[in-house]
Design a protein around this ligand. Structure first.
Ligand SMILES: [Zn+2]
Length: 118
């Protein structure tokens, strides 16, 4: 949903690496296919990175780089604002954006990072 914000790095992955990541993602359950920090859908080109440089299977690249959160202090309310701004900047149409923003607080509360936030 934040397509406009994401630099497409698919071109820099070898086909083997791409397929390995795709298989890993497909092996995980549905919940884990959303970033567990910002609730953005994960795909092969927006995964965060672990300390050893491997792709994170839990977080997107906007939230998580080299094994740490890019914004460790962010609150639930702040993440809501960031997520809604991201939706606004996506290429979705007005109705889709409206729906995504309406559903976003509930999605964010389902993430492991914010499930205890209120
Ligand atoms: Zn994220």
């Amino acid at each position: 949903m934040f397509g406009a914000l994401i630099y497409d790095r698919r071109l820099f992955l070898s086909k083997t690496a791409y397929l390995q990541i795709k298989r890993k993602l497909e092996g995980n359950n549905l919940m884990e296919k959303f970033c567990q920090s910002c609730a953005m859908p994960l795909n092969t080109k927006n995964l965060g990175s672990e300390q050893d440089g491997s792709a994170s299977m839990m977080y997107c690249e906007l939230c998580y780089q080299n094994g740490v959160f890019t914004n460790p202090e962010i609150s639930f309310t702040e993440m809501l604002a960031v997520g809604k701004a991201g939706i606004d900047q996506s290429s979705s149409n007005f109705i889709t954006k409206f729906m995504l923003k309406a559903l976003y607080p509930a999605s964010l509360k389902r993430t492991t990072r914010f499930k205890n936030a209120h």
